[in-house]
Design a protein. Structure first.
Length: 311
């Protein structure tokens, strides 16, 4: 081998080593357009730690629900109790002698009616703010948003007096009818922001074909807004399924109780609350929310991601 060939071989070998080193560096550290393995590992590890920290209360609740009475307050706590007392779940629904099946039916009625009302009424209001042009539209929208700054404690007493004058106390009307009259400022804002991302050319083409505003809303906007509507539905379901204070105020008869009031009765009707039974009942109460979220997770996350891209 000549000196020139030897030199060329050394140069090519060095170039291959440099190229391999650069590839390894880019794979580990990344580029301006792509995160490296080190950054991805750090981000995923941080997300796992945060997720575990947020899941700890739920894990503690399930763990306590499966413990016998003697292990509930043991220090240090046993996260995996032995034995597992599965009997706590049916016992939690019968220990107080309450008609839990009636509370489940009451909660289901209120929640379903409120979810449908929130989706329909808030979408109608959002459609008017996003797609219709009328005098004072922006000022009215700002007024609607300003209601978000009013805490429930401020409006609780006037609202109670209003429903008392109407004779609606101790019924489901105060829980359902207000939701059908707007659906909440947050839901209106969320849907309006989503509707603004839909091109106006769809509306113009539909109006040329003779469509009315109602037909545009029902046949064009609503089918294109499934992610945002799913988001509103999930928020409304979780809120009304777990709502406690307002049902406690307006419902006085035990046969009209909801599940949240039933859970509070564990501390009110027991001399010494059995926390394992309370956690078991809380786990049962949470299951529908988890099921709804997991089945609508893709639409829910997509709606949160897309909403707000256009102001």
């Amino acid at each position: 081998m000549s000196v020139r060939e030897l030199y060329r071989s050394m140069v090519e070998s060095r170039q291959r080593r440099d190229l391999l080193r650069q590839r390894v560096y880019r794979a580990l550290v990344g580029t301006p357009y792509r995160a490296g393995l080190l950054k991805q590992g750090l981000v995923y590890s941080l997300l796992c730690i945060i997720g575990l920290a947020m899941a700890l209360p739920f894990l503690w609740m399930v763990s306590t629900a499966l413990k016998p009475d003697a292990l509930v307050f043991r220090i240090p706590p046993e996260w995996f109790p032995r034995p597992l007392v599965w009997r706590n779940f049916p016992d939690s629904l019968t220990v107080l002698g309450h008609p839990v099946h009636l509370y489940i039916w009451n909660t289901t009625q209120v929640t379903v009616a409120c979810v449908v009302g929130a989706v329909l009424s808030s979408s109608l209001a959002a459609f008017s703010f996003a797609r219709l042009d009328f005098p004072g539209r922006d000022a009215l929208f700002v007024l609607v948003l300003s209601t978000l700054m009013l805490p429930f404690a401020v409006t609780m007493i006037p609202t109670f007096i209003l429903f008392q004058k109407l004779g609606w106390l101790d019924s489901f009307k105060p829980l359902i009818i207000p939701v059908w009259l707007g659906g909440g400022a947050f839901n209106i804002f969320l849907l309006r922001q989503f509707f603004l991302t839909i091109p106006l050319e769809y509306d113009e083409a539909a109006r040329i074909d003779g469509a009315t505003s109602w037909q545009i809303y029902w046949r064009i906007i609503m089918p294109l807004s499934k992610p945002a509507l799913a988001t509103v539905a999930v928020f409304a379901f979780i809120y009304h399924w777990n709502d406690f204070l307002w049902p406690l105020i307006v419902l006085s008869s035990r046969e009209r109780w909801t599940l949240s009031i039933f859970l509070a009765s564990f501390q009110g009707y027991m001399v010494q609350p059995r926390w394992n039974l309370l956690m078991a009942a809380s786990t049962i109460l949470m299951l529908p929310c988890l099921v709804i979220f997991f089945f609508s997770q893709r639409l829910f996350v997509r709606g949160i991601t897309i909403t707000g891209l256009k102001g």
